[in-house]
Design a protein around this ligand. Structure first.
Ligand SMILES: Cc1cc2nc3c(=O)[nH]c(=O)nc-3n(C[C@H](O)[C@H](O)[C@H](O)COP(=O)(O)O)c2cc1C
Length: 295
């Protein structure tokens, strides 16, 4: 397929391998990385309308809110949609651990004049459950992606019975094999450059996550399904350079993808970070930073 990468250079790019595009029913092998709390319906519509795969992160949404957002997307585009969920084990409250965090940050709190006994409200990050599965059954998104492994097989079977393609993130070769063995249709190989949530689930040894360039070819060799490169992939040239060659895969564009030279047509409505869906966005800091582990 021959396609121009908009907004990057005037070169024509040939995507030699359509495995992922055909699997997901999209024109360009580019997936909008779901980023909970950062993007919603407007960005998903804009990306899907541009030929990539728009994603709606649902980890911070209630089922009602997810229903409303997916409903909006379905009204605005008939193209394939990825709906994304966490499936982590919810950590038990641990006052001792919380106290340790607080003491580590005590100096900063003092500097900023924040009451050391105050707690910071954080939104719930709920794992995929029956209620969210009901929402999936209602809207039947073409793709459902997970972070932190996969949900229990009872829920996964419900999703698969709808005909949804299932994707999940792997941060190591072992995780990629684990996902492929459980029926993932494609694996997102998330290197340690990736921002936000590090999707580790078989280990919490943070140092076992290689960088994207090292991880992706190893995952390609380890699994038979298409592999999607994630972590620090930036703009059209970065997308072309991202390394899933031979893996029939694509690119997962998170912070740099939104914020650099990927022109996204359509919509025009800003998502939460003021990322407008119809203009070039070069103005948000995108330096790779260390991911943090866990949900
Ligand atoms: C703010 C933020 C929130 C994220 N939330 C999610 C999420 O809800 N679900 C998910 O699968 N991945 C999440 N991720 C990971 C991205 O999907 C993706 O793997 C990562 O951003 C790719 O790295 P990049 O930002 O360098 O492109 C998040 C990333 C960021 C930066």
């Amino acid at each position: 397929m021959v396609r121009r990468i908009a907004g990057e250079s005037r070169k024509t790019v040939v995507w030699p391998d359509r495995r992922l595009s055909d699997l997901l029913g999209i024109e360009l092998p580019i997936i909008q990385a779901p980023m909970a709390g950062a993007t919603g319906a407007a960005m998903a519509v804009a990306v899907s309308e541009s030929g990539g795969l728009g994603s709606l992160p649902c980890a911070l949404l209630t089922p009602g809110r997810a229903r409303a957002e997916i409903g909006t997307i379905r009204q605005r585009t008939s193209r394939p949609l990825n709906v994304n969920f966490f499936c982590h084990s919810v950590p038990e409250p641990d006052p001792e651990r919380e106290a340790t965090w607080k003491s580590r940050f005590a100096a900063y709190r003092a500097e900023l004049g924040i009451d050391p006994s105050s707690s910071t409200p954080v939104p719930d990050r709920a794992p995929f459950d029956d209620e969210m599965c009901d929402v999936v059954e209602e809207f039947r998104p073409e793709i459902v992606s997970f972070h932190f492994g996969l949900p229990e097989s009872r829920l996964l079977d419900r999703v698969k019975a709808l005909g949804c393609r299932v994707l999940s993130s792997a941060t190591t070769v072992a995780e990629a094999r684990w996902l492929a063995a459980r029926g993932c249709d494609a694996v997102i190989a998330q290197g340690c450059e990736a921002g936000g949530h590090r999707g580790m689930f078989l280990t919490d040894a943070v140092a076992s996550q290689p960088g994207t360039v090292a991880l992706v070819p190893q995952v390609v060799d380890a699994v038979d399904v298409p592999v999607v490169a994630a972590g620090g992939v930036s703009g059209g040239r970065g997308g072309v350079a991202a390394p899933p060659s031979g893996g029939g895969g694509g690119r997962h564009l998170g912070r740099p993808g939104y914020c650099r030279r990927l022109r996204i047509g359509g919509g025009g409505r800003a998502d939460r970070h003021g990322v407008s869906a119809n203009r070039r966005v070069d103005d948000i800091g995108t330096a790779p930073r260390r991911s943090r582990a866990g949900p």
